[in-house]
Write a protein that binds this ligand. Structure first.
Ligand SMILES: O=C(O)[C@@H](CO)OP(=O)(O)O
Ligand SMILES: [Mg+2]
Length: 401
């Protein structure tokens, strides 16, 4: 164990060209860790607060750095994260910003691993962690808050559930992404990409289902293992609280109709994963849908749970969803993210470790997913800030075998 002796904070670019917080943590024995905060576009109402980076940095320098430097041992992650909470003093990191908090938390974990001379996944997961690798969910077509004039559903996600290795799975998702491009060209639908590198054509959701279904089956035939697909509906973005309806470009659905619509999609396309199909405040609707199709697919809470154990407890009590999205910056520290995963696992909920739409080359989430034996990771299919995580998974698997 070695004391933290220096913390440096700076603004760097994220993948949208916006500023974000990067932290360097240095220890007495020369250990070093660097990490950067990601940033969401379709953020949940109950997430920890991201402050403008310059304000978050100034506040963290004043309040958090003095509580960590010369005070806390890197590698003792619970102490690091407890000090961040005390320094902040609120329950949503609105003083130092969840962006400063998560960058420092992750950088300290990397410094702790460096001191031990261990890879981060091993430092976080310990020597008795499982030796499974997460199935990557790859965003291949999308719209919503991530691209203008594209699909209403935010993400169509390739899910190579039968891949024999993480490497095969990563390449399968990239192949589906390419097959989608071919199909779009065949239909004379050239298009750009959304924030996460998914194709963002001006088509309705029905046509997107046809194209993704076809792309997935083409690649499945090529590679010879099962590839399914799933969705992030980002339901809170479609929901109009005043009218109580989900507003699509070509339809308006009340909650009962939305539940039936999603259940029908699960059956028709054998969807293996459906994230945020309903509004972030509607535990009851999540519970009804989970009752109906939860034995066939994962119903995942992102904006519903925001990686928060209090909200997850509520979901478990009410039977809402059967899976949770884990985004460390939604809650502010690795300790809180670990606690959410542990609670989920104990209660039979699958964890899906996730990137944000605004990302950097930071690959901490790849290590977090392996360390916690998470069955899935959602981190895009192509694009430098996405491949940073996917390639790190391949390296971890290579090192582990
Ligand atoms: O909704 C989501 O799951 C994420 C990541 O795909 O998007 P954002 O980071 O914009 O919240
Ligand atoms: Mg989501």
């Amino acid at each position: 164990m070695t004391l933290i002796t220096d913390i440096r904070l700076r603004r760097i670019l994220d993948s949208r060209g916006n500023p974000t917080v990067e932290a360097d943590v240095v220890t007495e024995s020369g250990g070093f860790g660097r990490a950067a905060a990601p940033s969401g576009a379709s953020t949940g109402e109950y997430e920890a607060v991201e402050r403008p980076p310059s304000e978050a940095i100034a506040a963290a320098r004043e309040r958090a750095v003095p509580r960590l430097v010369g005070e806390v041992y890197a590698g003792n992650q619970r102490d690091v994260d407890a000090a961040l909470h005390v320094a902040d003093g609120t329950d949503d990191f609105s003083e130092i910003g969840a962006n400063s908090a998560v960058a420092i938390s992750m950088a300290a974990a990397k410094a702790g691993a460096d001191v031990l001379g261990a890879p981060l996944f091993q430092h976080l997961g310990g020597t008795f962690r499982g030796d499974n690798f997460p199935i990557p969910l790859g965003n291949v077509v999308g719209g919503g808050e991530h691209a203008a004039d594209a699909t209403d559903i935010q993400e169509f996600l390739a899910a190579p559930v039968g891949a024999p290795s993480v490497e095969d799975a990563v390449f399968a998702n990239a192949a589906v992404h390419e097959a989608v491009a071919d199909l779009l060209e065949e239909r004379d639908l050239p298009c750009g990409k959304g924030d996460e590198g998914a194709w963002a054509p001006s088509i309705d959701d029905g046509e997107a289902f046809e194209i993704v279904d076809e792309a997935v089956s083409r690649v499945r035939d090529e590679v010879g293992f099962e590839i399914a697909f799933g969705l992030d509906v980002a339901g809170a973005e479609l929901y109009d609280a005043e009218s109580g309806t989900y507003e699509y470009s070509d339809a308006s659905r009340d909650t009962a109709e939305q539940i039936e619509y999603i259940a029908d999609l699960v059956r028709e396309y054998d969807l293996v994963y459906v994230e945020d199909p309903l509004d972030e405040d509607d535990y009851d609707a999540f519970a009804d849908l989970t009752d109906e199709v939860g034995d066939q697919t994962l119903i995942c809470g992102d904006d519903l749970f925001v990686t928060n154990t209090d909200r997850l407890v509520e979901g478990i009590d009410r039977g809402a969803a059967n899976s949770i999205l884990i985004k460390p910056n939604q809650i502010g520290t690795l300790t809180d993210a670990f606690d959410a995963i542990e609670l989920a696992t104990k209660n039979g909920y699958d964890s899906v470790v996730s990137h944000r739409s605004g990302e950097t080359e930071d690959a901490t989430i790849a290590h977090l997913a392996v360390a916690t034996d998470a069955p899935y990771i959602k981190t895009g299919a192509v694009g430098g800030e996405r491949t940073a995580k996917l390639n790190e998974l391949i390296r971890i698997a290579d090192d582990a075998t």
